[in-house]
Design a protein. Structure first.
Length: 666
């Protein structure tokens, strides 16, 4: 599958860390230490954030840890985290990996870029995002990470190889190991260019080389194990091919005997089966030759896939031969007991005739049957009598051939009589429960009518002005009006209603797609509304505590955030796309206001109230309450893996000034 990639660098403005913003209480209750007030308010803030903040969805979000699995894609979390750990220990780079179902309409590179921005990733932070449902991926790498585009291309090739096999664990580990390898290349080149003392260089080389040697040894063992498994599978397939050849030879011999004994009409399906299996055997040998010799360097995944397909081909051919070998045996058994079977069929046909003779007057006496139902029952009985006539004639022919030619020649008319009696038996079994059959027909009609009524409601709601849809609505209402008519056949009328419904479905397909698109957009807007409402709520809470110290410009920005929130809420149902953008602006504006609010300090020693040594006077001790938004973004749901390592690994020296984002499909 061709994968499209996109590279672009997006400049990022410097961003002040959330941990530097916040407010502190201006006054402490008598007898309460300031630290206890801080702990209480912090707990309340976290509780609000955890309660009101929305669950993560397809939209870009602030990653709570290095491994976020929204869809349960990861099988071996320990192995993936170990790979991330090795990358960090050996290179200082931190790889963030996130699995979601889809990217919410964004491309992989845009989703990765926006998530990296929302997560405040730094120069040494990498992000791999995978949408398993829509089979897309995105990668975000800082320009300052020391990884060239060419090196990144080689890592992407390794990632995509695993993604195409739906190996989500493998994709994450391929990213981590790939960045280890390409960073090691740069480190080796840099080591040759920098003279820093032979002793230190030797020690550093030993520290770096030991884990690399271990990895090489582990890779070597893995390749040897894979080569051994491939060789064993290849040998097994060779045995299966030989067994298939033997089965084909045996089946051909059996077929020749059967063709000499039985009529061509009976042996033709067997001949076709043998020819089909022989063609599949030829194809199996061709595929095996294409795979060639298995060696240690043979690609494991692709070769195993081809081996599995080859085994399925062999099994299909072998199963077909087994089925028709058993059919050969059935013919011979039938030939051996032809006289007994002829008499059994004659008795069965006579019994079925008596059943029809008893059933017909009972049906005629039923006064609750519709006209169409009576006609259908009459057609069933007439068809059964015709089949019984054919069966009786076949029995007489079988007797004649048994007497004049032999049992093998009687097999064909015996099988014809068996087929006729089998069909009659199935029909008379239905006629034995007329009440159940009538009830099922009436239910079928009822369900067809109810389903069509649902389509009519959709048509009137979605396309009241569409003339073509209107014509179908008229046809549907006319047909529904015939449902109570006692002269109607419920089965035929149900089929007619189904045809009308299919036509309406086709006419409404475009309208329904638009409605579905609108409802999804409304859902995204409602999710963003919850985010914006929570952000504005916390902004107002923080603003109230430092109102007197807040500049007028910040007050105006806060009001602008409230106005944007109101505008967005008003547009959620009518214009959800605009509403979502507006609500994103409201949340962003509220976040910016909260980060820019002044930090209030309170004196805890010397003087009292607003007196003493004043704000920040000599010898005073100050405490502040942080209003960091990060607490709301660092929670995790039950489906997300919590990080084993502290989120402080995220590069905190500065935001990455420029990141490269790319992505594609697999």
């Amino acid at each position: 599958m061709r994968t499209s990639s996109h590279h672009h660098a997006t400049p990022r403005s410097s961003h002040r860390s959330d941990s530097t913003s916040g407010v502190s209480a201006s006054v402490a209750a008598p007898g309460w230490p300031l630290a206890r007030w801080g702990a209480l308010l912090a707990a309340v803030a976290v509780t609000f954030l955890l309660t009101l903040a929305p669950a993560y969805g397809s939209d870009p979000f602030n990653l709570p840890g290095e491994l976020v699995d929204e869809v349960g894609a990861i099988d071996d979390e320990t192995a993936v985290r170990d790979a991330q750990e090795r990358l960090h220990e050996e290179t200082g780079l931190q790889l963030y990996v996130v699995f979601v179902d889809d990217f919410g309409g964004l491309s992989g590179w845009d989703w990765a870029e926006q998530t990296a921005d929302a997560s405040h990733l730094g120069d040494e932070d990498l992000l791999l995002a995978v949408a398993t449902g829509e089979r897309s991926w995105g990668l975000s790498v800082s320009e300052a990470a020391g990884i060239s585009v060419d090196q990144e291309d080689r890592v992407v090739e390794r990632i995509e190889t695993e993604l195409r096999d739906s190996d989500w664990d493998g994709a994450a580990m391929a990213a981590a190991n790939g960045f280890i390898d390409v960073r090691a290349e740069g480190a080796n080149a840099g080591r040759n260019a920098i003279g820093i003392g032979l002793g230190v260089a030797a020690i550093g080389g030993a520290v770096i080389t030991v884990p690399r040697v271990r990895r090489r040894l582990a890779d070597r063992r893995r390749r040897e194990d894979e080569a051994e498994e491939l060789a064993a599978t290849s040998e097994q397939i060779g045995g299966q091919l030989v067994a298939l050849d033997n089965a084909l030879a045996s089946s051909e011999t059996e077929l020749q005997y059967a063709e000499a004994e039985f009529a061509p009409e009976l042996t033709r399906p067997f001949r076709e089966a043998v020819e089909a299996s022989r063609a599949e055997a030829v194809e199996a040998y061709r595929v095996r030759e294409q795979i060639g010799e298995v060696s240690e360097v043979t690609a494991y995944n692709s070769t195993m896939d081809r081996f599995r397909a080859l085994q399925e081909l062999i099994a299909r051919a072998d199963t077909r031969l087994d089925e028709h070998t058993e059919a050969f045996n059935d013919l011979r058994r039938l030939s051996d007991r032809a006289p007994e079977r002829i008499e059994e069929l004659a008795a069965g046909i006579a019994a079925a005739t008596r059943t029809l003779d008893d059933t017909e007057p009972l049906l005629a006496a039923r006064t609750d049957l519709r006209g169409g139902q009576r006609e259908q029952f009459g057609d069933v009985i007439a068809g059964c009598r015709a089949l019984l006539g054919q069966g009786a004639a076949s029995v007489e022919l079988a007797r004649e051939r048994l007497r004049t030619e032999g049992p093998e020649d009687a097999v064909l008319p015996i099988k014809a009589a068996e087929q006729a009696l089998s069909e009659v038996t199935a029909q008379t079994d239905l006629l034995a429960d007329v009440d159940g059959l009538v009830a099922s027909w009436n239910q079928l009609l009822e369900e067809a009518g109810a389903s069509l009524m649902g389509d009519l409601a959709d048509a009137e709601r979605l396309a009241p002005q569409d003339a073509a849809v209107g014509a179908l609505v008229t046809t549907a209402r006319t047909a529904l009006g015939r449902v109570p008519d006692a002269a109607e056949d419920p089965v035929d009328l149900a089929a007619e209603l189904g045809e009308i419904e299919r036509a309406l479905d086709a006419a409404l397909a475009g309208y329904r797609a638009e409605e579905e698109k609108h409802l999804k957009a409304v859902g995204r807007a409602e999710s963003q509304q919850r985010v914006a409402e929570a952000r504005v709520k916390f902004m107002d809470s923080d603003l109230q505590r430092v109102w007197s110290l807040t500049p007028e410009s910040q007050r105006r920005s806060a009001q602008a955030a409230r106005d944007l929130l109101a505008q967005g809420v008003a547009l959620v149902q009518s214009d959800p796309e605009t509403a979502e953008r507006t609500l994103q602006q409201a949340a962003s504006r509220a976040d910016a206001v909260a980060r820019a609010l002044p930090t209030v300090s309170v004196q805890t020693g010397g003087g009292s109230g607003w007196g003493g040594s004043g704000w920040g006077g000599s010898g005073s001790s100050r405490s502040s309450f942080s209003s960091s938004r990060s607490s709301s973004r660092s929670r995790s749901s039950s489906r997300r893996s919590s990080s084993r390592r502290s989120s402080s690994r995220r590069s905190s020296s500065r935001r990455s000034s420029s990141r490269r984002s790319r992505g594609g499909r697999f």
